[in-house]
Design a binder for this molecule. Structure first.
Ligand SMILES: Nc1ncnc2c1ncn2[C@@H]1O[C@H](COP(=O)(O)OP(=O)(O)OP(=O)(O)O)[C@@H](O)[C@H]1O
Ligand SMILES: [Mg+2]
Length: 259
């Protein structure tokens, strides 16, 4: 399988501090990959570096067969940044927000609106075109934001914590939706998540990041004490029910601070 993204020996320093150290990873087309790790572990910085928004100290990023700055210009990369608070009086409709995803595309306005409406119904938000974006619920805003990312028909999308603030049931349907995107649009998905138990059931690979990449591979082997301690520290008591556990339908994971 051919890779769509390759990161080699990547080290990033911010304000003189090493935030990412010697990262190596490769992502194939149509894979769904989750980046997990503690707050401040460098997840957002890794995505920003892949997108050419942060400069590597050493190492290389190759995406869509070229360097980030060139790849971004092709319009084949979608990016949903980590959530920022949207004011309730945010003066744009859901349709306006989705249209932002078509800025710079040389197609007539009428076509853009048609395309944006198609994607609004694709994310299950038909009929909400004219609603103020700021008045939608968190989950509805997330769907509209995803429509904005998808409307430009990218080949690879980066979603920085897209499921934050979404309840578990909605999260599960969100991951089903990502799988549908992958199948129907042949898209590669890279997402940051803190819900490692839930996410691990849906993704092809997990990247466990805490300055260094402590784990990169199938989710099944991720749930090992020495890996999780490297990521989240040794002061956590870890309860893992393995996927083979008959009492448990799912991976089940819990962290408790030791007394
Ligand atoms: N612009 C910046 N200048 C200096 N340091 C920064 C900058 N952005 C991030 N950092 C630092 O880099 C480290 C990694 O931050 P980053 O935002 O990549 O973490 P993260 O894994 O995305 O965390 P979270 O889960 O909280 O979103 C943190 O220690 C942060 O303080
Ligand atoms: Mg982040």
């Amino acid at each position: 399988m051919s890779h769509i993204l390759k990161v080699e020996n990547l080290t990033v320093k911010l304000d003189g501090r090493t935030v990412l150290e010697d990262i190596n990873l490769s992502i194939n087309r149509r894979e769904i990959v989750a980046i997990v790790g503690p707050n401040g572990g460098g997840k957002t910085t890794l995505i920003k570096t892949i997108l050419g928004l942060v400069k590597p100290f050493t190492g290389n990023v190759e995406i869509l067969g070229t360097v980030p700055k060139e790849a971004v210009k092709t319009g084949k990369i979608g990016y949903l940044p980590q959530k920022t608070e949207i004011p309730r009086n945010f003066p744009f409709s859901a349709l306006d927000v989705v249209l932002l995803g078509l800025i710079g595309k040389k197609i007539p306005k009428k076509e853009k609106i048609k395309l944006a409406k198609q994607y609004i119904s694709y994310v299950g938000m038909e009929g909400c075109e004219n609603k103020p974006y700021g008045r939608l619920s968190g989950g509805q805003q997330q769907r509209i934001s995803i429509a904005r990312v998808l409307v430009g028909e990218p080949e690879i999308i980066f979603l920085d914590e897209p499921s934050t603030g979404i309840d578990v049931v909605a999260q599960e349907s969100f991951y089903d939706f990502l799988e549908k995107i992958r199948e129907e649009k042949e898209i590669t998905v890279v997402m940051v998540s803190h819900d490692i138990g839930v996410v691990s059931r849906f993704v092809d690979k997990v990247a466990g990041l805490n300055r260094k990449l402590h784990y990169y591979g199938h989710p099944k082997e991720f749930f090992q004490r020495h890996i999780l301690e490297k990521l989240y520290g040794t002061d956590v008591e870890l309860i893992v029910h393995s996927p083979e556990c008959v009492a448990c339908e799912h991976f089940h994971l819990d962290f408790r601070k030791e007394k």
